[in-house]
Design a protein around this ligand. Structure first.
Ligand code: ADP
Ligand code: GLC
Length: 487
């Protein structure tokens, strides 16, 4: 089966969040299952630099006002996964965040930049750009790639099956109606049943209305986005797709997130020998300027600092958390107001709380390995990866009962402890009190080494594998009528 995976990020080259981890790992897992997979990515500087043996597939010409556009093909140097790259210097040769200018505002030509990505993907998928290869399935990720599904739908000759994965419904790619003509789609697509959204046009809606089927990154989030609470204004569209919407849980890339092989942490360890974890904790406390104390429960959090992540709850709960004797360390970047609030909280609690503002992949490994517990208090969470990494590293997750967190963590209540299934702590209401109570419960169990070790070991034994996710995606592609051995 030939599959084209289209997205705007890929670990480790361009990453703003979990999407990159998925784009890095899923193709490899599909290839391991025997599929013929290629990526299609925008030619950001880091992606061009990470492409091994780039060869020109074709000159695409001057489309979308992008100047010279070329389609290159090579393989990602880091993984060997074959990749097409849309080389459009005028659109993509911009350093830093793929979507935002240095001042944090969206690039004014984002509609054209990501329409181009989708359009080239649809052209490759229709067999028009690479005479040597065309996929059976075009799988587009998030709004950045969603237009690929619309361009395929608008081409009556296209045979390819389209799948659209929603990683985060809150980011929609919403643009001014005046720019619709730039997309090169028939005007009938500027319609509420297609792209039109309250007088604007929405790339997310393009994916939701034109893909043959839709997935989200956890079964619970697939149900949630059909409700007005989590639908971000698109729940009606989601409901209209009925059984075409399903959830497939993300996995953990074992080559990147594995405490027994991780070169980014000071000592390696496994479920049968946790000694190295104590070394990681002491080193982390030291690095962060926290009191080096094995007995103080250390909670960490690694996150984009955005309203999604429930960080206001953490800020409000700090005094109660620290009063239990716990320590708290936060690593993140994003919202300037949250950055400032965390900095101020750190200054108010020297030795007990630390904050690292910035993006640092290596240090994220140390934060996850060195912690006793990891906070993920999200208001919504399509899947969430840090709680999966935490489980893998014997770091007990403390999460809110929402989205993928529901599907990946088992709350340590009396019955799950009795049944030996508990892996973490979960709270319901998005309130300071509920978070503080969950932290109290974790601190209480941390003080009982036998109970805590059981939680750690059970978490480490969980198997959130990309192989399992790949098997489900392949079954989904086949259900669309694509034979497993399609030529
Ligand atoms: P989201 O995609 O919503 O940001 P996920 O939990 O799916 O949430 O993925 C977040 C990814 O980004 C994880 O790999 C996490 O380790 C990483 N991450 C988030 N913030 C930072 C940061 N400041 N430094 C390093 N890695 C980070
Ligand atoms: C999104 C979601 C996150 C998910 C990630 C990868 O950014 O916010 O929950 O884990 O995509 O699918």
């Amino acid at each position: 089966m030939k599959i084209l995976q289209v997205g705007a990020e890929v670990f480790p080259l361009v990453k703003t969040g979990g999407l990159a981890d998925v784009m890095g790992a899923l193709p490899q897992a599909l290839i391991a299952e025997g599929a013929d997979v290629r990526l299609l990515l925008p030619g950001f500087p880091a992606i061009l630099a990470g492409l091994k043996k780039p060869a020109l597939v074709c000159e695409v010409g001057a489309v979308f006002g992008a100047g010279r556009v070329r389609l290159l093909r090579g393989a990602l140097a880091v993984s060997g996964v074959p990749a097409y790259v849309v080389d459009a210097p005028y659109f993509y040769q911009r350093e830093g965040n793929p979507y935002l200018a240095a001042d944090g505002s969206e690039w004014p030509d984002n509609a054209q930049r990501f329409a181009l990505l989708g359009w080239v993907a649809a052209q490759v998928a229709s067999g028009g750009l690479d005479p040597a290869w065309a996929p059976d399935v075009l799988h587009a990720h998030d709004w950045h790639a969603a237009m690929a599904c619309a361009y395929v739908a608008a081409n009556p000759g296209a045979k390819v099956a389209t799948v659209f994965t929603v990683h985060n419904l809150a980011y929609q790619g919403l643009f001014d109606a005046r720019d619709f003509h730039l997309l090169g789609l028939p005007i009938r697509y500027m319609d509420p049943t297609r792209l039109e959204y309250h007088g604007k046009f929405s790339f997310m809606k393009a994916g939701l209305t034109s893909a043959r089927c839709i997935t989200t990154v956890s079964p619970s989030y697939a149900q949630e986005i059909a409700t007005s609470e989590f639908g971000c204004g698109l729940d009606g569209v989601v409901r209209s797709r009925g059984a075409d919407v399903s959830g497939i849980l993300n996995g953990v890339d074992d080559a990147v997130w594995n405490p027994s092989t991780d070169k980014d942490i000071p000592a390696r360890y496994s479920a049968s020998d946790l000694a190295g974890k104590a070394v990681c904790k002491a080193a982390l406390q030291q690095a962060l300027g926290l009191r080096v104390d094995a007995k103080a429960p250390l909670f960490t959090l690694v996150s984009r600092l955005t309203p999604q992540k429930g960080l206001d709850l953490v800020l409000a709960a700090i005094p109660e958390m620290l009063a239990t004797g716990a320590q708290l360390a936060v690593q993140g970047t994003g919202d300037a107001v949250l950055e400032k609030a965390f900095r101020e909280a750190m200054a108010a609690h020297p030795g007990a709380m630390a904050v690292r503002i910035g993006y640092d992949e290596t240090f994220a490994h140390q934060m996850i390995a060195g912690a006793d517990a990891m906070l993920v208090p999200s208001r919504f969470e399509p899947c969430g990866l840090t709680q999966l990494y935490a489980l893998r590293y014997g770091t007990v997750p403390v999460v809110r009962h929402v989205g993928g967190l529901i599907d990946t963590v088992v709350d340590a209540d009396a019955s799950s402890l009795q049944a030996n299934t508990a892996t973490g702590f979960m709270f319901g209401p998005a309130t300071r009190e509920a978070l503080a109570l969950a932290v109290h419960r974790a601190v209480h169990d941390f003080a009982q080494p036998d109970v805590w070790k059981q939680l750690q070991r059970r978490g480490m034994a969980q198997n959130f594998s990309w192989a399992a996710a790949a098997t489900q995606y392949l079954a989904l592609y086949q259900a669309l009528g694509v034979p497993a051995q399609a030529a």
